[in-house]
Design a protein around this ligand. Structure first.
Ligand code: SF4
Length: 383
């Protein structure tokens, strides 16, 4: 286990595109939830203590900063009591936040609790677009927030952006990128909108009422993203993630390196001692589950074959790609022929390339990443 993820499913608003595990905070049993979260982390660490210090903690959501200060204190005290003592001394400690939740009192509380990195959901820099996607902050709020967070002493700031949004033009996107760069943040994540079932956008889309940008515009937005952020000194270390030198997210890399992590909270996923778990999603049922001894909805022992597939499926998302040597070190065998053959096919199509003993996506391959990743699933492997 290398990292810990704690999920806080409460939000002050429900965004129109969101299919995460979240609920509107009003009338929710937040205090009971925080007690259950504490108990789940404690029980998991008692049963599966890590054999080396963790390199990162991430509190995500939902919106952890939607909590009242006393509740936020309780959450941070869980981390201080149970997780920080088993972390490296310079572990990355990120909390996810929305710009309009980050007042001075909240920022001070986060800093005092050991948080050294914020991941802020900005998404766009046009008020009209923010309104369309159901966000309640305004475009300019972020400028003060970043300044305040720096003053309080938060070391690293990441912002999330979205493209391919309804009504968004390539010019809007370019403006968002320019404004994001001007904030001098350390890290930017940028994802294209996925219209997921059970969201407001899905219903609108089914009724033909979601004015998404044409596919060509979306491809242009992705190219612009890479171009502008690279010019500004960010390295694209994963398809959708860009960092200033030394500011890559250790926590995100846990997933793409296919390393194990503790995952706690309603709907959270975990991966410990070769077993992937998915927790119960409804808040009340999650609390009941913890009280009854287990909040798991699903448990799955990952087979060697699945681990190999994941190594390619996840690892190719990283700019450094997948190292043949690392593969051999992990699995005690060379990359199997079906993988080698698939790699050769994509090298011929110029979607993959081999550099210094690793296979990685080309610029063109990044545009068609999902097609490449999926080709490594379901092959006839000798395991
Ligand atoms: S996007 Fe974030 S703030 Fe919006 S509903 Fe989803 S979890 Fe809550």
């Amino acid at each position: 286990m290398k990292a810990a993820y704690l999920h806080v499913p409460f939000c002050q608003q429900i965004c129109h595109y969101c299919d995460f595990s979240k609920v509107f905070i009003e009338n929710q049993p937040v205090d009971d939830y925080l007690n259950a979260l504490h108990d789940e982390v404690e029980a998991t660490l008692r049963l599966s203590p890590p054999d080396a210090p963790l390199h990162s903690i991430f509190i995500g959501g939902g919106t952890p900063t939607a909590l009242e200060i006393s509740q936020l204190k309780k959450l941070l005290s869980t981390v201080q009591e149970l997780v920080l003592p088993i972390c490296e001394s310079d572990a990355e400690f990120t909390v996810e936040a929305n710009p309009n939740d980050l007042n001075l009192a909240t920022l001070r509380e986060l800093k005092a609790g050991g948080v050294n990195r914020l991941s802020i959901g900005q998404q766009a820099f046009q008020d009209a677009i923010l309104q369309t996607i159901g966000r309640t902050h305004r475009a300019h709020d972020i400028v003060d927030v970043v300044e305040r967070a720096r003053k309080v002493g938060i070391e690293q700031i990441s912002i999330d952006l979205m493209y391919g949004l309804p009504g968004q033009t390539v010019a809007d996107w370019e403006e968002s990128l320019q404004k994001a760069i001007a904030l001098n943040v350390d890290h930017i994540s940028a994802y294209s909108l996925q219209v997921e079932p059970k969201t407001v956008f899905y219903n609108l889309h089914m009724r033909g009422k979601l004015p998404l940008p044409p596919e060509d515009d979306e491809a242009d937005m992705f190219e612009l993203l890479t171009e502008r952020l690279t010019e500004a000194g960010f390295a694209q270390y994963e398809i959708s993630n860009f960092a200033q030198p030394g500011c890559e997210s250790r926590h995100n890399l846990t997933y793409w390196n296919n390393d194990e992590y503790l995952g706690a909270g309603a709907g959270a996923h975990g991966y410990i001692q070769g077993v992937r778990t998915v927790n119960i999603r409804p808040v009340a049922k999650y609390i009941e589950g913890v009280r009854a001894g287990s909040p798991h909805l699903e448990m799955h022992t990952v087979t060697v074959r699945e681990r190999m597939e994941e190594e390619l499926f996840l690892g190719l998302r990283k700019s450094e790609g997948v190292s043949y040597e690392r593969f051999k070190g992990k699995f005690g065998m060379e990359m199997p022929d079906p993988f080698q053959n698939t790699i050769q096919t994509f090298i011929e199509k110029k979607l993959l390339t081999e550099v210094n003993g690793s296979v990685k996506l080309t610029d063109e391959g990044r545009l068609l990443g999902n097609e490449v990743f999926q080709s490594f699933l379901g092959l006839d492997l000798p395991v």
